[in-house]
Design a binder for this molecule. Structure first.
Ligand code: DAH
Length: 326
């Protein structure tokens, strides 16, 4: 068989190597012929040498070409077995979403930001002073009993409301300002469908010259309209909170677009900042209003969630229903 044909027929790299050794190896046929050149008479040596060298180069080129071809088919075979079938339908990766409460918190804080309020956060572990005393809850006052909580051995406690941030904020800022504080609060509650030991509130505090009860009502009204639509109405009913005077509870008139059911949704408390609170932070010559409310209520009732515990038990059947709700 002629050498070129042998090279082109080599079925594998190993076989090709054998052919290479056979012709070009130390004892290969071509090598042999080159060695024997010295035996020829000088005038024949030159033409014979040129011929053998040309043949040698031809064989080398053929070997290289065959080697490349063998590598290419090996690669093609590998790709064929490992290959990705791009016509297969892809896997559907599970897509997460924001928790309904997170959506509500984002929505409400956006509403206040659009009205020019600053959004700040405060510590969940508080001192008795910030949670009660500086908010005008005297020691032993019965108003404390409505806000039992969890205590550390060093006397600190898990805050029962976001109101302590009123004091912290005023101690570190000069009026006028408008600020809201979303965050977790804690109560030592018997847990049931409407009570949890941990829930969320949003606190608002506005202080400046001649801030009035009308401004308070206006702020609540604006928030209600932004959240429930322009037909929303609000109502204040007088009540007692130690850190405001006068104090009120506020409700929003709310209609369920699906069931048509309507009624007052009692949201939280509000009032004009009590002079004792201003005195505690050294403010003079200003007035202000504050309000605070539970964020769970804002989600529970409009979305018809029957049990507050659904918010926290991580049941995907519940959580999935509210993906992208707001
Ligand atoms: N901190 C009160 C609570 O958790 C709610 C509240 C009432 C907040 C009146 C206020 C307010 O800012 O003025 O029960």
């Amino acid at each position: 068989m002629d050498a070129i044909a042998e090279i082109e027929a080599a079925p594998s790299e190993a076989a090709l190597h054998e052919v290479k050794v056979k012709y070009l190896g130390k004892k290969g046929l071509i090598t042999q012929q080159l060695k024997e050149l010295s035996l020829l008479p000088p005038d024949e040596r030159r033409t014979a040498g040129a011929r053998i060298n040309a043949l040698k180069q031809q064989l080398e080129a053929a070997i290289e070409a065959r080697k490349a071809a063998l590598e290419r088919t090996a690669l093609e075979r590998q790709l064929a077995t490992e290959g990705l079938d791009v016509t297969l339908p892809g896997y559907q990766f599970p897509v997460g979403g924001l928790h309904l409460l997170t959506q509500v918190i984002n929505r409400v804080t956006e509403v206040f930001k659009s009205m020019g309020y600053e959004v700040v956060m405060g510590p969940e572990l508080e001192t008795d002073d910030y949670n009660f005393k500086l908010l005008n809850f005297p020691d032993e006052h019965p108003a404390r009993d409505t806000q039992d909580t969890f205590f550390m051995t060093d006397g600190r406690l898990l805050r029962t409301h976001t109101s302590p941030m009123q004091v912290r904020y005023m101690q570190t800022h000069r009026p006028p300002f408008k600020v809201v504080v979303p965050g977790k609060v804690f109560r030592n509650e018997a847990v049931d469908a409407t009570h949890e030991a941990m829930f969320h509130q949003l606190e608002a505090l506005v202080v400046g010259e001649r801030v009035t009860m009308a401004d308070l009502k206006g702020a609540i009204e604006e928030m209600a309209k932004a959240l429930f639509g322009t037909a929303a109405r609000t109502r204040l009913l007088p009540t007692y909170f130690p850190f405001v005077e006068p104090g009120a509870e506020f409700s929003v008139w709310w209609q369920n677009p699906k069931s048509g059911k309507e009624g007052w949704l009692e949201l939280g408390g509000c009032g004009m900042v009590h002079p004792n609170v201003f005195k505690a932070v050294g403010y003079e010559g200003v007035t202000g209003f504050a309000f605070g409310f539970g964020l769970e209520r804002l989600a529970l009732i409009p979305y018809g969630i029957p049990d507050i515990r659904y918010f926290y038990n991580g049941d995907l059947r519940v959580l999935r229903q509210f993906r992208g709700a707001l």
